[in-house]
Design a protein around this ligand. Sequence first.
Ligand code: RP5
Length: 157
Amino acid sequence: MPKVSIIIGSKNDLPVADKAVAVLKEFSITYDINVASAHRTPKRVLDLVNESDADVFIAIAGMSAALPGVIASFTIKPVIGVPVSGKLNFDSLLSVVQMPGGIPVAAVGLDRGDNAALLAAEILALSDEGISQSLIQYRQAQADKVLQDSDEVSEDV
Ligand code: RP5
């Protein structure tokens, strides 16, 4: 059973994690979620990664967001980093994106827990036909919505 592990740096990051959870539930993807801080509980981060049976990690953190990179340093599984918005925004964004060579993190936009889960689904879909079909349907539904929206707003004056 494909699985995603979500780790948030603080309970205060939960609203961003909820966006990821909503998508994972929509695709019936198994997940777990834990709070662990790269700065406050580094040993716990290591233990969570070592003991995890997940295929993909989603790491969500704000400020000096070391969490995604630290998780990536402990595993060769894909890590998707979600920077959390705050007073500055560039702090977490750059902390997640600007990884040194050799330890990549797949970064999504500020607070984009939804995109992180979709990217995780795309990774899992490489070896899961059910998730692959769900993604195709999801894309079609998005396209249909755009056309429906266009019909609703279009005017030909
Ligand atoms: C980060 O610092 C957490 O991911 C959170 O986004 C931010 C602030 O943490 P709290 O002080 O709100 O717990 O490590």
